[in-house]
Ligand binder design. Structure first.
Ligand code: GZL
Length: 352
């Protein structure tokens, strides 16, 4: 199996060799990932070392797509943390939102006998069979970002990502406080929701979390929930449709920033303002830099963070597992709620 990351390696021609060898990865009879012989590498103190294939922790990563700013940041975070310099050999696959492509990628990782499989599951359901195949092959599976719904949780070793239910509830609690501050807590409030990928743990969790708070308020009317697929284009199209259907919307909940950007395009074309100077409240999720700038301008009222930078924590969990340590089943990222009052503290450090 692989090693702990004993020392940072500076590579010379290493990646080229990896790429070349990577293309000709062969199946071998032995239990671990082989077929990846690496030439000389240079350590930080200038020595030249040869690193063989079993000195690297091989990880097959099935990323669900590249639909949003958040997703690109999440991919970047994993690629940066699971670098060859840090002792990993990462095989990356972009499933472009198709669960079938994720199944195919996982089966390919199994046939390549990688040391670990990491999956960002596009939707919660349908994972039993392929995860059973990974377990039967003795390959630990780590869920990243989104979770799955299975009865047998031995089908995966650990989850690292975000608490989507808590994010939804945070948005609802913010709305409660905001309406109270504005003296609107007794007023009829009409709400529409632009939901993310249907059946994803992000959509399910945020919907349930916000819904649990909304259920406490008989005067909150959930006019409609419509699927915006976490993309800006679909967000705009969905907002256009909702504006056509309803002329009395008070609150717009977008389950990610990209859909909020799309919604703002539609609202702008309709001459409608949101936020502190507008007549509609706009709630978003993710906390991308572009969105936090709109929070600062008072266009988005609140943005509930969903932290994509889980690569380092993922690398740590894999190294702990390599060292035979026990790891928690669920590992949540730290997340904040951004409003005009606190956004200045965080906006400059935003790396996505
Ligand atoms: C949430 C993540 C969601 C983001 C979207 O953890 O899965 O998917 O909120 C992304 O931006 O598309």
């Amino acid at each position: 199996m692989g090693i702990n990351k004993a020392k940072k390696l500076t590579t010379i021609g290493y990646k080229a060799a990896a790429l070349l060898t990577g293309v000709t990865i062969l199946l071998t009879g032995c239990g671990s990932f082989k077929g990846f012989a690496v030439s000389e590498v240079k350590t930080e103190d200038g020595d030249i070392e040869t690193v063989s294939d079993d000195a690297l922790i091989s990880v097959g990563f099935s990323q669900l797509g590249s639909e949003s700013t958040w997703r690109s940041a999440n991919t970047e975070s994993v690629k940066e943390a699971l670098s060859t310099n840090d002792g990993f050999f990462l095989i990356f696959d972009n499933a472009r939102q198709k669960q079938e492509k994720q199944f195919k990628a996982v089966r390919s990782f199994i046939s390549q006998r990688v040391d670990y499989i990491v999956i960002c599951p596009v939707i919660q359901e349908g994972w039993e069979m392929v995860l059973t195949e990974a377990r039967d092959a003795g390959i630990p599976v780590i869920l990243l970002d989104r979770s799955i719904s299975v009865n047998d949780d031995t089908l995966y070793t650990t989850f690292v990502g975000e608490d989507m239910y808590a994010e939804g509830a945070s948005a609802g609690k913010w709305l409660e406080e905001y309406l109270e501050d504005k003296g609107m807590d007794g007023k009829d409030i009409n709400i529409v929701v632009l939901e993310g990928t249907s059946g994803s743990s992000a959509q399910v969790g945020r919907t349930r979390g916000f819904g649990a708070i909304a259920a406490r308020h008989m005067n909150w009317n959930m006019l409609a929930s419509a699927n915006g697929e976490f993309t800006q284009a679909k967000g705009k199209e969905t907002m256009e449709r909702l504006l056509h259907e309803f002329d009395d919307i008070d609150v717009i909940v977008c389950q990610n920033d990209d859909m909020a950007f799309g919604a703002l395009e539609a609202l702008d074309e309709a001459g409608i303002k949101t936020g502190e100077k507008g007549d509609k409240i706009l709630i978003s999720f993710d906390g991308t830099k572009k969105a936090l700038e709109l929070v600062k301008e008072g266009v988005i009222n609140v943005d509930v963070e969903c932290n994509p930078n889980s690569g380092e924590l993922l690398a740590q969990l894999i190294n702990d597992l390599e060292a035979g340590k026990k790891v928690d089943k669920t590992n949540y990222m730290e997340e904040k709620v951004f409003t005009k009052e606190n956004v200045d503290e965080y906006i400059d450090e935003r790396n996505y």
